[in-house]
Design a protein around this ligand. Structure first.
Ligand code: GLO
Ligand code: MG
Length: 351
């Protein structure tokens, strides 16, 4: 057993400790400085942070390259002094006025140029903080009515943008994080199959991977563990955003395992079985605190998600594999179902 085997490195992003604003109400908590979030990450047992480009360099669009270098350098030092690493940096391509109608698929060439310039700045920042990947959540690449963009053309536009980015940095590894809707009505890269297919269309498929987020799979009506399995079969699952979701509604980003423990168990199972993490992949969370949470406990969803993940790792490792094999061979799936539930509930199982 190599010393890397069976040990997971976990991360979250600063947006996972938020102020609780939602589309129907204002913030209910005070912002917490990034330095305090990093301290909290370390205390809770996390090994790294995920970032948006402007989590690293605030008001990025107004900053010179010297300012970017200085501010990113400060973040790198803060990370180092906490003993944390940067997992990824993601360009925030959904906030600026130029991205109202999409980034790389925008109908306005000036807006597309903004998206390209902004993403190149994100790559510069990624290098300055030594992050492993760039994550692309293609938030507004899609439409609210079909007629305004060509479906075929949008895919080719994203491919061309990816090719330019892969040329910009010859070591860059890009992870596409698909999501079917929200904020757009219909995303052009909605599922993990689309994300992987897109990578194969580029000039450097070996540097294109993907990230499965639990809630995003569920919003497609799919099982996240199956999506992870699919990406693993392609050798393309390079990160995950574990969370939970109560069915087909808005993207909830609930604590991992909070809604459906068995669904969470199966995600951990598929990762464990494939040796996920042994090639440097991180177990990332993308979870939000409930809006009800008071300031001083607005990090508990992170602690709980991490605990639930680690407890489920133990559940996966503690499964009686011989019994499982035997019940599968006998095709007694009802009995296997009972065994799994007993195992998850901690009830004694007698055949
Ligand atoms: C939103 C996404 C978002 C991304 C993040 C990193 O639904 O999950 O949180 O994960 O911006 O790209
Ligand atoms: Mg996410």
């Amino acid at each position: 057993m190599s010393d890397k085997q069976g040990v997971y490195r976990m991360s979250f992003g600063p947006w996972n400790i938020d102020e609780g604003a939602d589309p129907f109400g204002p913030p209910v908590r005070q912002p917490i400085p990034l330095a305090d979030k990093m301290k909290r990450a370390k205390e809770l047992g996390f090994d790294g942070m995920q970032f948006h480009d402007d989590d690293v360099v605030e008001d990025l669009d107004t900053k010179s390259s010297q300012q970017i270098e200085r501010e990113a350098g400060q973040i790198k030092e803060m990370l180092a002094s906490e003993g944390l690493a940067a997992e990824f940096v993601a360009p925030r391509l959904w906030f600026a006025p130029e991205t109202i109608d999409g980034a790389f698929t925008n109908n306005d060439p000036k807006c597309r140029q903004y998206a390209m310039d902004r993403t190149k700045k994100c790559i510069d920042i990624l290098r300055l903080v030594d992050a492993q990947y760039m994550v692309l959540w293609l938030a507004r690449e899609g439409t609210s009515i079909r007629e305004v963009k060509s479906a075929r053309q949008q895919v080719l536009m994203i491919r061309d943008a990816l090719n330019e980015l892969l040329d910009y940095d010859k070591d860059l590894r890009i992870l596409v994080e698909p999501k079917p809707n929200e904020p757009v009505d219909s995303a052009i890269i909605p599922t993990i199959g689309h994300a992987i297919g897109l990578g194969y269309m580029t000039k450097a498929p070996e540097r294109m991977g993907c990230l499965v987020e639990t809630a995003h799979s569920m919003l497609c009506g799919l099982d996240a563990s199956d999506d992870m399995g699919y990406a693993l079969a392609h050798g393309k699952l390079w990160s995950v955003h574990l969370n939970d979701q109560g069915g087909l509604k808005f993207d909830q980003d609930k604590a991992f395992g909070a809604y459906n423990l068995r669904h969470a168990f199966n995600q951990v199972r598929v990762l464990e079985e494939a040796g996920f993490g042994q090639n440097g992949e991180w177990v990332g969370l993308d979870v939000k605190a409930m809006r009800t949470q008071k300031q001083d406990v607005s990090w508990k969803h992170l602690a709980n998600s991490r605990r639930n993940f680690l407890a489920l790792v133990e559940k996966v490792r503690g499964l009686d594999k011989n019994l499982e094999r035997q019940l599968i061979a006998e095709r007694d799936y009802e009995e296997l179902d009972r065994y799994i539930l007993c195992h998850l509930m901690g009830l004694p199982y007698k055949g």
